[in-house]
Ligand binder design. Structure first.
Ligand code: SF4
Length: 154
């Protein structure tokens, strides 16, 4: 998996103070996408073991308390990203069990493959659906267009 940005302290993408990772790779090609540079799987830089270790260390950092981890992109549920994302979310749930995990995807919860569902079984909140420009509403919290749904899973 490749990623574009990692923010160790973020107050914009999800509730509270969070760690946020924007991964590479998205097939949805939404018109008006705010993040076209992330579409290619080969864009960005490699998500290494060191970056994964840093995320865990940041989530465990007691000086700046994080509420959880946000995973966006690109699409964290792109089939090519699933093994790295599954490894990450399993590790967060084991080593930082009190932290919540929010994931943004262009896929619909109802349409997820068994492999995507396995990742989702470890997370707390899934915001699903493509961005639809006609339904764009800047007043919406945590989503860009009104078709997208915030699924509170845990
Ligand atoms: S799902 Fe997100 S990253 Fe992918 S094309 Fe749509 S808006 Fe862009």
């Amino acid at each position: 998996m490749n990623y574009h940005q990692y923010y160790p302290v973020d107050v914009v993408n999800g509730p509270g103070t969070r760690c946020t990772l924007f991964v590479a790779g998205c097939v949805h090609q939404c018109r008006g996408c705010y993040n076209k540079s992330t579409w290619s799987l080969t864009s960005g830089k490699p998500f290494t073991q060191e970056v994964e270790d840093q995320i865990i260390a940041d989530l465990q950092d007691t000086r700046i308390k994080r509420q959880g981890l946000s995973l966006s992109g690109g699409d964290p549920l792109h089939p090519q990203n699933l093994s790295a994302i599954l490894k990450l979310v399993k590790r967060v749930k084991t080593q930082c069990p009190e932290k919540d995990i929010w994931v943004w995807t262009g896929y619909l919860l109802a349409d997820l493959t068994p492999e995507q569902q396995e990742v989702v079984s470890y997370i707390n909140v899934l915001i699903d659906g493509k961005f639809v420009q006609e339904l764009y509403d800047p007043a919406l919290l945590w989503r860009g267009s009104s078709n997208q749904v915030i699924h509170k899973l845990k």
